[in-house]
Ligand binder design. Structure first.
Ligand code: MF3
Ligand code: CO
Length: 260
């Protein structure tokens, strides 16, 4: 394992990538409406990111065709934008986005409602977000990564959801996926000890039903086997001298969970 410690200058560049990314969420939120295709949303996101001076990192990454990943309802991860996938009232849609700015990458994901959604779907989305914020609060130098992972798992399972062990968060920097791996399960007091200058993507993923997933034959789209909903919430976080800094928040998001 090779964990790359970032300098304040490098963290500032990731934060700049993160601010473009957060603005992209605000922009996509406005366009998240019944009738729009995920391909149209992808085009909007790509143009927005490039206009702000960023690069949509996912485009061409290991052959991924989209600028961002767009995952609807029972798709947990890596949905390929498509003109055939049209949002409809009551859907939930996640945008998983990486932005590169001057060689540095920020990675984040939000799940949004399409119009009015069920209270159950809303609870799923809110719990994914809550997993992140409850876990991130624990971060400071000297804390074990297992403390973060186990908190995400605890909040998710106590709310009645399942969490995959197949996909995890990760370090992020010049590469989209760096060490360490940041699982959504683990044992307190185990694993990597966090240090100032580490930058990690923490990404709770929750399934409403069973934990089982499959990958569609497009080689990317990850879906729940039982067809139930899934939600995903992710931010890029820097470990600071005294705690942490979230590098991918939209304005107002730092107020969570007071709005719950
Ligand atoms: N943010 C996603 C992840 O960390 C990126 C997926 S890679 C892509 O898993 F190629 F699908 F974009
Ligand atoms: Co990620």
């Amino acid at each position: 394992m090779k964990i790359i410690i970032k300098s304040p200058r490098e963290i500032a560049l990731i934060k700049k990538a993160g601010s473009i990314l957060a603005d992209t969420f605000d922009y996509l939120k406005v366009h998240t409406k019944s009738g729009i295709s995920t391909l149209e949303l992808d085009k909007l996101a790509e143009r927005f990111i490039r206009n702000k001076g960023g690069i949509p990192t996912c485009k061409g990454y290991e052959g991924f065709p989209g600028a961002i990943c767009i995952s609807v309802n029972d798709t947990l991860l890596h949905g390929i934008p498509s003109r055939k996938i049209i949002l409809k009232e009551g859907d939930i849609v996640s945008y998983d986005i990486c932005v590169t700015y001057e060689g540095y990458i920020a990675d984040a994901c939000r799940t949004f409602p399409v119009g009015e959604i069920s209270t159950e779907a809303k609870r799923l989305i809110d719990t994914a977000k809550n997993c992140f914020f409850e876990a991130v609060k624990l971060i400071k130098p000297g804390v074990h990564l297992g403390d973060i992972s186990s908190k995400i798992h605890e909040i998710g399972t106590e709310a009645g959801y399942t969490l995959t062990e197949e996909f995890t968060g990760h370090g992020v920097g010049r590469e989209m996926h760096e060490d360490p791996s940041v699982p959504n399960f683990g044992e307190k007091g185990t694993g990597v000890i966090l240090k100032e200058g580490m930058v990690i993507a923490i990404e709770p993923m929750l399934n409403e039903g069973k934990v089982d997933l499959y990958i569609q034959n497009d080689g990317w789209t990850v879906k729940t086997v039982d067809g139930k909903l899934s939600a995903h919430y992710e931010n890029t976080v820097a470990i600071t001298k005294t705690g942490y800094e979230i590098l991918t928040l939209e304005k107002g998001e730092e107020l969570w969970p007071s709005k719950m």
